[in-house]
Design a protein around this ligand. Sequence first.
Ligand SMILES: Cc1ncc(COP(=O)(O)O)c(C=O)c1O
Length: 491
Amino acid sequence: MDVHASLLSAVGETPLVRLNRVTARLSTPVYAKLEYVNPGGSVKDRAALSMVSAAEEAGLLAPGGTIVEGTSGNTGVGLAMVAAQRGYRCVFTLPDKTSAEKIAVLRAYGAEVVVCPSGLPLEHPDHVFNTAVRIAAERPGGWHANQYDNAANPAAHYRTTGPEIWRQTDGRITHLVAGVGTGGTLTGAGEYLREAAGGRVTVVGADPEASVYGGGDGRPYFVESIGHVLHPETVEDRWPESYRPEAVDRIERIGDRESLLTARRLAREEGLLVGGSAGTAVAAALRVAAEAGPDDLVVVVLPDSGRNYLSTVHDDAWLRHWGFLDGDGGGPVVGEAGSVPIGPRLRPADTVRQALDVLAGPSGARPGREGAALVTVAGTGRPVTGPDVVGSVTARRLREAVDSGAARPEDALSAHLAPAPPAFGVGEPAVEALRALDAARGEVALVLLDGHAHALVDRAALRAVVEGVPGTTAAGDRPEVPRTRPEPAHR
Ligand SMILES: Cc1ncc(COP(=O)(O)O)c(C=O)c1O
């Protein structure tokens, strides 16, 4: 019989499939390693099985024990699957930005899920990692898998992913491309392939543009599970030991828009329903292939399925809300309304006096229907991204509060914030934005482009575009809001 004695022996040996349509203009073949075919649905099955087996061998995990891990989902699924087979309990800590589907899957395996606030510095006791360490110490028989620093994670890929790719390509691979989360996949498979090929394989990391691995400033981005975010209050940045930068030849930095739209293209043009990190990896692989020759052979790792992201990456309304999609051709869109640049950014800890000083300056003097400036407040002090806007203030309201004694100049701004303005993507219908603004009795809305707060638009400008009158607000002071964006290269 051609059978598996256990689900666990079905981990790995995933297919390697040539990309045909997204590579149409390229002479270099690109093959995708379909890691979502693993029984738990992702590349992390390999690391999970390897880490549990190593812990058992080292006597760190014994019958009746509890596996604890900080995971954004896939490592949790892998560990939960192994735990179910081998009779362990599991507890997973994950950030509150994790998709609802991923959390539901973990619970379906019988795991306990502890949701932690995202956006905390690494030193914070409630950070996903520290919460996992604490729970593992408190539970009898608790074991913290710690995929970030566990040598059995990259070892899984050195032992399985790398050799599979070598065998499947008959040793012809010249470039390996994969995203870097813990770094286990790229480091482990990359080291094996380099050795097997006598150094002839180029190892390429695919990284979100803002991630610090590739030299970004570490501000938040939209693709889940890869890259490295740096919180502004993190004192000492620590990279995972599973990631060995010396094992990587170069990093391709990919913006959110290119990653997300590439993931969509893979579903529509190749029939590969994959997640956002696969979009990042393929976008990088297409760049690599464009520079390579016809005798080269690129392998790209697709870590998980798009089924985990039906309410995000693969949802048009979500993409459009965050400004990643243009209009659907059904009428005027928010990006067509006359808009003004966002004024200076303040932080919640700034004082009322500081805010008033900033607002009195030239960059604070923005036109608006209140005759005062509007300032968005970035929670992280980073370039404002949609989720980071925690509130707004205007000079007029602040001055009134000081005059009436409701605010003191030395107060923190956080005590005197008005709600953040509602936000709409550039491609959302202007009529819907106008309706929502009317319902909220708001004057001004944020315009989102590529996930970032890009400009401000007021009710009059939205009404003008809905009624077919060209944009009217603050002519000459308008940021360019592109109505259409270039498609990712190499269509
Ligand atoms: C969807 C997805 N992509 C990519 C990665 C990155 O893999 P690695 O941690 O091996 O670097 C992960 C890891 O959790 C993942 O879940």
